[in-house]
Design a protein around this ligand. Structure first.
Ligand code: 8YV
Length: 321
C-alpha cells in the first residue's frame, strides 16, 4: 500500500506523476488557500504533507497521528514549530539551492527599481505625463554601480547577490552574519561588519536573514536612524524581520531615501498601508522565487523530499534535525 500524502497547493503535472509513482496523493483544489479547519480534517490518515507556508504546530500535529514528513515548497521554514515536530517525530524539509539565483535577480530588480525610480517613471510615461522640458533633472535617479551594498545574512542567496554586486556593478560589498564567511570575503572581497557599521556605511541595505525569534524586528527605529539619509532599504527575507511601523516612520521622516519590498508584515499587504502610497517605495507581492523554472524546481525538490522520507531513504533537505 502506497503512503498517503496530502498536497495543499497546485503542482505541475510532472511533479504529480513523480509523486504518484510512490505515494497516494490527495490534493486541495479550491480557488483560495485551504482553510485551516479543512486542512486539519484531512490529516488523520496521511504520512506526508506537501505545503508552502501553513503553520505546522502542535494543533496540526495532534490531528495527524501517522505523519512522518512535512515538505515546504520554500527555503524559509518559519512556519515550522521545529520543537513540536521533533516531539512528534515528524521530519520537516525545505527547498534550498534551486531558488538562490532567482531571488538574487529579484533583489537587484528592487535595487535598480528603487534607485532609478522605474515603476514611478513607467507610470508617468504611461499616464502621458512625459512632457518636453529643458532638462530631465526631475527624472534623475541614484547610481547603483560603484556604490556600497550591505548584505544582512550572507547565506547562499547573499553570495549570489554579492557576486552580482561585485562583478556586475563594481560595488563594494559589506556583510553582517552570525558567523564569518571567509569564502565570500575571498571571492567577492566582502568585508565583515557588525550591524551598526554596515548600516552606517551602506548605500543599499539588503535584508536576507531567515525569520527566527532572534531576527524578529531585527531592523527597527534605532537601525533606520543609523542608516544614511541617501540610503535604500531592501527586504527580501520576511516581513517580520523589520519593524514595519518604524520603516514607515523612517521613510516619512526622510531618515532613509527609499525602500524596495518583496515581503510585508501581513501578506497580502493591506490596501491602506502607507507604504503603498510612497513613490520612493517599490513593492512586489512576495515574488522572490516566482519564475516558472524555479517554481518547477522547487515543487520537484519538495516532492523528492517527501518520497525520500516515505520510501525510507531519509530526507534530502532536513530542517528539523
Ligand atoms: C516562497 C519564499 O515562494 O522560499 C521562500 O522562503 O519565501 C518563497 O520562495 C514562499 O515562501 C511561498 O509561500
Amino acid at each position: 500500500m502506497k503512503p498517503k500524502v496530502y498536497v495543499t497547493m497546485p503542482i505541475p503535472e510532472d511533479v504529480r506523476h513523480y509523486m504518484t509513482e510512490h505515494c497516494e496523493i490527495r490534493q486541495w483544489t479550491g480557488e483560495k488557500p485551504i482553510p485551516r479547519e479543512t486542512l486539519l480534517q484531512e490529516l488523520n490518515d496521511i504520512e506526508g504533507l506537501y505545503t508552502s507556508g501553513g503553520s505546522i504546530d502542535e494543533e496540526l500535529l495532534n490531528h495527524a497521528p501517522h505523519l512522518k514528513v512535512v515538505s515546504n515548497v520554500s527555503v524559509g521554514y518559519n512556519n515550522f514549530d521545529v520543537d513540536a515536530m521533533k516531539k512528534h517525530n515528524v521530519i520537516g524539509t525545505n527547498t534550498p539551492y534551486v531558488l538562490d539565483e532567482t531571488v538574487a535577480d529579484l533583489t537587484f530588480a528592487l535595487i535598480l527599481g528603487t534607485a532609478r525610480r522605474i515603476p514611478e517613471l513607467d507610470r508617468l510615461v504611461k499616464d502621458g505625463n512625459w512632457k518636453p522640458s529643458k532638462d530631465d533633472q526631475e527624472y534623475f535617479g541614484i547610481d547603483v554601480h560603484s556604490s556600497t551594498i550591505g548584505i544582512i545574512g550572507m547565506g547562499r542567496i547573499g553570495e549570489a547577490i554579492a557576486g552580482r554586486a561585485k562583478f556586475g556593478f563594481n560595488m563594494d560589498v559589506l556583510y553582517y552574519n552570525r558567523n564569518r564567511k571567509p569564502e565570500a570575503e575571498e571571492t567577492f572581497g566582502a568585508e565583515y561588519n557588525d550591524l551598526e557599521s554596515l548600516l552606517k556605511k551602506s548605500d543599499y541595505v539588503v535584508l536576507l536573514t531567515p525569520l527566527t525569534p532572534e531576527t524578529h524586528h531585527l531592523i527597527g527605529e534605532k537601525e533606520f536612524k543609523l542608516m544614511k539619509k541617501s540610503a535604500f532599504f531592501i527586504n527580501v527575507s520576511r516581513g517580520q524581520t523589520v519593524d514595519e511601523q518604524a520603516l514607515i516612520q523612517a521613510l516619512q521622516n526622510k531618515e532613509i531615501y527609499g525602500a524596495g519590498l518583496d515581503v510585508f508584515q501581513k501578506e497580502p499587504v493591506e490596501k491602506d498601508n502607507p507604504l503603498l502610497k510612497m513613490s520612493n517605495v517599490v513593492t512586489v507581492p512576495h515574488i522572490g522565487s516566482a519564475t516558472a523554472q524555479t517554481r518547477e524546481a522547487m515543487t520537484m525538490r519538495a516532492a523528492e523530499n517527501v518520497v525520500a522520507v516515505l520510501t525510507g531513504k531519509g530526507p534530502i533537505d532536513p530542517v528539523t534535525e
